[in-house]
Design a protein around this ligand. Sequence first.
Ligand code: 13P
Ligand code: SF4
Length: 313
Amino acid sequence: METSDRYIDKDAVIKRITDLKKERDAVIVAHMYQNPDVQDIADTVGDSYALSKYCASRPESTIVFCGVHFMAESAKILSPDKTVLLPERYAGCPMADMITAEDLREFKNEHPGYAAAIYINSSAAVKAEADVIVTSSNAVKIVSRMSEKNIIFGPDKNLGAYVARQCPDKNILLWNGFCPTHHKIKKEDVLNIRSQHPDALLLVHPECTPDVTELADYVGSTKGIIDFATQSDRSEFIIGTEIGVMHRLEVENRNKGKRFYLMSPSLTCPNMKRTLLESVLRSLENNEYNIEVPHDTAERAKKALDRMMELGN
Ligand code: 13P
Ligand code: SF4
């Protein structure tokens, strides 16, 4: 790759990113699953909800979104006048690809009277068909506050099942999507690691399967997991989510003597890991890859995102 050959020195890459950021009036945001180097040069690191709010509140004219495609798209929908760059063109989310706008329209037609609560891990076209968007940090709150009793939830069947458990008065129909990374965590792994660390609390993401979330001491978004562990007076935690969270846990709990055990070293999201420092540099140098959302789709998707902001606050 041309850029990485030219800037073999990490400090030089970071310096060039910092200079270009100023020149381009850009802010760099990173999801908690990004590579540690990328998290460390970002202006903020967060979960999908925190990042979408942060991007909308920033004065800079360009957002470099280190994450996956649906996240950058959401930032563009909420900040249509800004340039939103995704440093790696093919950084997508397989779960988001498990439902299309046409699928959702058909499902809604088959179930008249149901409102669609759609996970932010979905394309802009799918969001445009939704009644409200949810993230892993606000899904329970939003569904419980919806006036509708009958709800279609997608694409993540596991987050949907978790929400249904927390909102027993709602009648929830699940789409059959899932996250391939979180699906690697099996109940047997949980029982095994718990027997090795009997004093540790188990913190998991709601994209894990119900037989895993049922065993957890805490179920929450990536930011929720980090905040829980950071504020807890306990000292050992088993972590059931993507490996990127381990870096944040270490950064935020330096010298506190806390210990974190990742459920399995294979918990990586290959799409999140595509973005390297060199990708961020190339993105700023070449204005790549510019995220665009057709006007009509963006307007309809924004209504569903705005409803999330209203119900989630
Ligand atoms: P968060 O909502 O916790 O950021 O999770 C997004 C995601 O893609 C998890 O796999
Ligand atoms: Fe998508 Fe799973 Fe990766 Fe999150 S961890 S971006 S849900 S594939």
